[in-house]
Design a protein around this ligand. Structure first.
Ligand SMILES: Nc1ncnc2c1ncn2[C@@H]1O[C@H](COP(=O)(O)OP(=O)(O)OP(=O)(O)O)[C@@H](O)[C@H]1O
Ligand SMILES: Cc1ncc(COP(=O)(O)O)c(N)n1
Length: 283
């Protein structure tokens, strides 16, 4: 038996969630489920749970730099994801590494505000993200609110989502953009534009409050698939299936917006009554 299986190392650069639903914790769980080797550089330590954020501690930029150096000098990832990066100084530090490794797929999840409404990115950082980071992104994954803030426009229809995705690619230089429709309409349509083709990724809207970390999970799944060599379209399609199952098989944890279930896709083949039994210990 060959025990030296080839594995793809993947890096997330993001903030933390001690309650395990979003941020670095969600990314690492997703990486594990997608069979890649997860690594993480912490930008901010966030005291948060399913009900909201109570405190944020930003790490010094020099220390973020040291973490990046520790990773890149030893294990160069096959793909990189960024989530919460609060300031433009932190973004500049990350961009230096992205420029040193220009071929690495880079998924930019422009985390600005948590589901709870708490602000996770300083306003002055938004310009840097739009004018500097976007041009290096393989895929950028804003929700509608984030796309509105990035582009200074309102987005109320699927056609407006398409136009916004086009602007992120054609004007600001991202290779591809997915605008997530988790907060619009009766079905959840995400719009992907890769500079040539517009693709709609549609799923039923699952009636649930448990959406803490959906965006992180979706972007982390895209990153894992790009690391494995999938095309942008394939990676986004797989990530959409993965996040839909993570939302469908909700965990019923916490007092607010509960976390997604990162092993949800595995439960497809498990009869529902068995799933209920396995969840009895949660409350
Ligand atoms: N209720 C739902 N039912 C089905 N799919 C959903 C639902 N809510 C969100 N999604 C899907 O989850 C993914 C993440 O979308 P969403 O718009 O929630 O991102 P987000 O707002 O960045 O997430 P986050 O809650 O982490 O900030 C998208 O593919 C979206 O279509
Ligand atoms: C560190 C960190 N990164 C991202 C999110 C967004 O996730 P959500 O909007 O689901 O709260 C978060 N809450 N915390």
């Amino acid at each position: 038996m060959n025990t030296n299986a080839k594995v793809c190392p993947v890096l997330t650069i993001a903030g933390t969630d001690p309650s395990g639903g979003a941020g670095i914790q969600a990314d690492l769980k997703t990486f594990q489920e997608r069979y890649v080797y997860g690594m993480s550089v912490v930008t901010s330590v966030v005291a948060q749970n399913t009900t909201g954020v109570t405190a944020v501690h930003h790490l010094p930029v020099t220390f973020i730099d040291q973490q990046l150096e520790a990773v890149f000098s030893d294990i160069v990832p096959y793909a990189i994801k960024t989530g919460m990066i609060a300031s433009k100084e932190m973004m500049a530090s990350v961009l230096r590494y992205l420029k040193r490794f220009p071929e690495l797929p880079f998924v930019l999840d422009p985390v600005m505000v948590a589901t709870s409404g708490d602000v996770l990115m300083e306003e002055h950082a938004r310009d840097f993200l739009v004018n500097q980071l976007l041009a290096r992104a393989t895929v950028v994954t804003p929700n509608i609110k984030e796309a509105e803030l990035m582009l200074d426009q309102t987005i109320e229809t699927t056609t407006a989502m398409e136009k916004a995705a086009e602007r992120l690619v054609d004007v600001y230089g991202a290779k591809a953009a997915v605008i997530k429709g988790g907060h619009l309409g009766e079905t959840c349509i995400d719009v992907l534009y890769d500079g040539k083709m517009m693709t709609h990724l549609e799923s039923e809207r699952i009636d649930t409050e448990a959406t803490h970390g959906t965006g992180c999970t979706f972007a982390a799944a895209i990153t894992a698939e790009l690391a494995k060599g999938k095309t942008i379209l394939e990676a986004v399609q797989l990530a959409k299936l993965f996040v839909t199952d993570a939302i469908r098989y909700q965990l019923l944890l916490g007092k607010g917006h509960g976390p997604t279930n990162h092993w949800g896709y595995r439960l497809k083949s498990v009869p529902l009554d068995v799933q209920e039994v396995s969840f009895d210990g949660n409350d």
